[in-house]
Design a binder for this molecule. Structure first.
Ligand SMILES: Cc1cc2nc3c(=O)[nH]c(=O)nc-3n(C[C@H](O)[C@H](O)[C@H](O)COP(=O)(O)O)c2cc1C
Length: 193
């Protein structure tokens, strides 16, 4: 099983990325392979000029095509998701998320914008034909503290509980997906149609 993790924060030190890191570790403990992308990993020129043939974008598209699900994280910027994340999503084909389960994660300075993912990001995930977009997890900045001097980050217990529940739901949704047919099945079949 393969999950693509896409981090939408342009910031090097990023709370939304901490949510992603923790989620990736959780999924890996369940034996799920996770490949990681961040908006900062794409050349800015490729995004600004909408270069659909950018090798970085071609690679992302190939990984998404093979993936069962996606974790998409973003900070709230101006009551929406980040422009950098939109610039990446704009370079994906229209049906890029077809047959995929998506878990959105977001962080914001104010709880007043906790619905930004619902009214701003989810319509875009639907436009990309995501099969199932799960109820996302929002954390306000007070719920995630950076660890200083190499110490691990601290998450509020209530946030951890919501994140774990969302990941369990994501895992169940991944397991529910129909399995690809074995290529050799028809070759060995003993019946005719
Ligand atoms: C340019 C900019 C715009 C922001 N706009 C909002 C906003 O509209 N609402 C909000 O709640 N937080 C806003 N914030 C705060 C961030 O969403 C918040 O600090 C978030 O956790 C940052 O995530 P990151 O550390 O992953 O970059 C903004 C921050 C920046 C830098």
């Amino acid at each position: 099983m393969l999950v693509v993790s896409l981090g939408g924060s342009p910031a090097e030190r990023s709370r939304s990325n901490l949510l992603l890191e923790r989620s990736r570790r959780w999924l890996q403990q369940q034996g799920i392979e996770v490949v990681e992308y961040r908006v900062t990993g794409f050349p800015a020129e490729d995004l600004l000029h909408a270069r659909f043939d950018s090798p970085h974008i071609v690679d992302l598209r190939a990984q998404i095509a093979n993936a069962d699900g996606l974790l998409v994280a973003t900070p709230v910027y101006k009551a929406s998701f980040t422009g950098a994340l939109k610039a990446v999503l704009d370079l994906l084909p229209e049906r890029a998320f077809e047959h995929k389960v998506v878990l959105p994660l977001s962080t914001g300075g104010s709880k007043a914008h906790m619905l930004a993912v619902d009214y701003a990001l989810k319509p875009v995930l639907s436009a990309l034909k995501a099969e199932e977009v799960l109820h996302g997890v929002f954390a306000d900045d007070g719920q995630i503290a950076y660890g200083e001097n190499g110490a691990p980050a601290q998450f509020a217990p209530a946030l951890l509980q919501r994140l774990d529940e969302a990941l369990q739901q994501f895992h169940r949704a991944l397991l529910r997906r129909p399995k690809a047919l074995d290529k050799n099945l028809l070759a060995t079949a003993r019946w005719s149609i």
